[in-house]
Design a protein around this ligand. Structure first.
Ligand SMILES: [Fe+2]
Ligand SMILES: [Fe+2]
Length: 396
């Protein structure tokens, strides 16, 4: 196992409380997190410095999976072809962003755009903050493909590798690419958001990357992606529901269609982890425990717009308040995965494995209890200006 200390940058947004349920206070035995480091928030100062993206500051663990386990993934290549690649859709059968947007070559284009803008006028600012945050998260797709290609034994070694794992990663990326594309074009046409600020946030975020703490291990990596695909399924599902409630059926259809893709991707990733539980129950339960003790960080946790040092926390607080993605969802996802992988009925585990089993099986209820206590103490949040919506203020 190699250890590497990350460079200390500036502008380090902390993770929001719901991505870091303060349930255990126990950190991974292999990783300790130092305090994050902040400095100035002023755009003018940032411009004087060379590009220095925000980073989480903790010891970064690399290649923690024992090398012999790489063979497990090589031996699963044919299994993945039969069981995972079937969850991809043929390009010809896939929806494309253009299916949901005004047709630019048509005479009715301007009229369709005006209709879209009229519908968008009915949606509140806090809704747009969530939709923009979701879109920016999707637009940082290069980071997620990079993350998958950090994983030992499954990475795309050449960029056009014929292994099932590499085929999955490329085709998954190609499917995901439509999500940010569609939301970006919709938001551009809506006229409701400051596109330049949104675009800057995307550039900052891709430059910053992400730190999911998956240690090049496909065990940790596929547990992380299982969790994340479900998280995005839930949040896009909620933006769809809210759009419908506000009478924008077209936007509801857009968000609902993206949510359905996320659901299909979740099916594939949870199937991989299910297979790992079958082959190596002890190694897999330890990995699940490890990811949950470290907490699942959101992919866009290093978000920054050049102005707000706590942008991700603010976005997350709005998402929590209006019910797009909440601490309850975090606990629900965990509970869902515990059921999906039949963790309670795993047998033949080592003593350490049984401790991990107990930990993950009881964690969701602990998170819920803490969240209920936090909610009962919660006061009304302050109003914060979001550059994405021309510095209009939204309550957290
Ligand atoms: Fe997506
Ligand atoms: Fe996804």
């Amino acid at each position: 196992m190699a250890l590497k200390v990350s460079h200390v940058g500036f502008q380090s947004p902390k993770l929001p409380s719901f991505t870091l349920p303060r349930s255990s206070g126990v950190r991974s035995p292999r990783v300790s997190m130092a305090s994050t480091v902040r400095s100035t928030t002023k755009e003018v100062d940032t411009m004087k410095k060379p590009f220095s993206p925000p980073r989480e500051v903790h010891i970064q663990v690399t290649h923690s999976m024992p090398p012999e386990k790489v063979e497990i993934f090589k031996s699963l290549n044919d299994w993945a072809e039969e069981n995972i690649l079937i969850h991809l859709k043929q390009v010809e059968q896939c929806w494309q962003p253009q299916d949901f947007l005004p047709e630019p070559s048509s005479d009715g284009f301007i009229e369709e755009v005006n209709e879209l803008r009229e519908r968008a006028k009915e949606l509140p600012d806090d809704y747009f903050v969530c939709l923009v945050g979701d879109m920016i998260t999707e637009e940082a797709l290069p980071t997620y493909q990079t993350m998958l290609n950090t994983l030992d034994g499954v990475r795309d070694e050449t960029g056009a590798s014929p292994t099932s794992w590499a085929i999955w990663t490329r085709a998954w990326t190609a499917e995901e690419n439509r999500h940010g594309d569609l939301l970006n074009k919709y938001l551009y046409l809506s006229g409701r958001v400051d596109m330049k600020q949104v675009e800057k946030t995307i550039q900052y975020l891709i430059g910053s990357g992400m730190d999911p703490r998956t240690e090049n291990s496909p065990y940790l990596g596929f547990i992380y992606t299982s969790f994340q695909e479900r998280a995005t399924f839930i949040s896009h599902g909620n933006t769809a529901r809210h759009a419908k409630e506000q009478g924008d059926l077209k936007l509801a259809q857009i968000c609902g269609t993206i949510a359905a893709d996320e659901r299909r991707h979740e099916t594939a990733y949870t199937k991989i982890v299910e297979k790992l539980f079958e082959i190596d129950p002890d190694g897999t339960i330890l990995a699940f425990e490890d990811m949950m003790r470290k907490k699942i960080s959101m992919p866009a946790h290093l978000m920054y717009d050049g102005r707000d040092d706590n942008l991700f926390e603010h976005f997350s607080a709005v998402a929590q308040r209006i019910g797009v993605y909440t601490a309850k969802d975090y606990a629900d996802i965990l509970e869902h995965l515990v059921k999906r992988w039949k963790i309670e009925s795993l047998t033949g585990l080592s003593g350490r494995g049984e401790v991990a089993q107990e930990y993950v099986c009881t964690l969701a209820s602990r998170i819920r209890r803490l969240e209920e206590r936090a909610q009962s103490r919660a006061k009304q949040g302050p109003e914060v200006a979001f550059s994405w919506i021309f510095d209009r203020k939204v309550r957290l």
